[in-house]
Design a protein around this ligand. Structure first.
Ligand code: NI
Length: 272
């Protein structure tokens, strides 16, 4: 059984810039993924440090399996075509009652990826609700250009530069992407989005997976990397990445550290 999107869903994505919810993991799978992440955190002695939140699929075969899940990729394929690379994954963890938030922004402003055929599959590993600080989007905002952004470096802002869109967001039009554990949303790289702090009693854990079709290129630097997760890559715009050889292994953690630094170097280059 495939789980591709219907033509009506594809049309809705093109109009609104997002789709949700889609169940992509069973309760037992979500519980097991969360258990493994939290067992690793206990070993580390605290919440996953910032450096380890980026591209966990490179050091965790549990997360690598989610990134390659047919239930996710069938839907992604309906929007991006058959040749799909995972460019990035991020664990967005908001502790209960933590003031961390994400200012309104468009991802396309910072990633250097062009053309903008880029989407994020956001998978909830714990309840993502208005109270726990779920992602919020401005429907249709992907259809225009990229607004000016300002680097605020604000404390508690979870974005690397505290980047914030210089446009008034009409609260009446905002949609809350509420997701139960195991469900995902899909959103376009140009859609304006943000999120509020987690006021709920549980941690809010989400895995954001950034997918691109093989024809997309990195315009800020030539030395970027990505993982082919479906089809084939005839373009070779990205260097292939080593696959996780287990959960939290030394080799996997070393690969993630090396490739994360390389990515940071590319993204932190001043815009031309
Ligand atoms: Ni974003």
């Amino acid at each position: 059984m495939t789980e591709h999107l219907s033509p009506a869903e594809v049309a809705r994505y093109e109009r609104d810039g997002y789709l949700f919810p889609y169940k992509v993991m069973d309760a037992a799978e979500v519980a097991e993924a969360r258990r493994r992440i939290e067992a690793f955190e206990r070993k580390l002695g605290g919440p996953l440090p910032k450096e380890l939140r980026h591209r966990p699929h490179l050091y965790s075969s549990t997360i690598d399996a989610i990134v390659r899940s047919p239930r996710i990729l069938d839907r992604v394929e309906s929007l991006l075509g058959p040749d799909i690379l995972c460019w990035e994954s991020v664990l967005f963890i908001k502790e209960s009652k933590d003031p961390a938030f994400i200012s309104w922004h468009q991802d396309a402003a910072y990633w250097g990826l062009e053309p903008y055929d880029v989407l994020t599959a956001w998978v909830a590993l714990s309840p993502s609700t208005r109270a726990s600080g779920c992602m919020r989007v401005l429907p249709g905002s992907h259809a225009g250009g990229i607004a000016a952004h300002k680097d605020t470096f604000a404390p508690n802002n979870m974005l690397s530069r505290g980047q914030e869109i210089q446009v008034e967001v009409d609260e009446a039009k905002v949609v809350d992407i509420e997701l139960p554990p195991g469900s995902m949303s899909l959103h376009h790289v140009k859609i304006a989005h943000g999120s509020d702090p987690n006021t709920a009693d549980d941690r809010r854990i989400g895995l954001a997976i950034r997918y691109i079709p093989a024809h997309v290129r990195q315009t800020i630097g030539r030395d970027d990397t990505a993982t082919l997760v479906r089809g084939s890559d005839h373009y070779r715009h990205f260097e292939p990445e080593p696959r996780a050889d287990g959960d939290f292994t030394e080799a996997g953690l070393a690969n993630q550290d090396r490739l994360r630094r390389r990515r940071m170097e590319i993204l932190m280059r001043p815009a031309a």
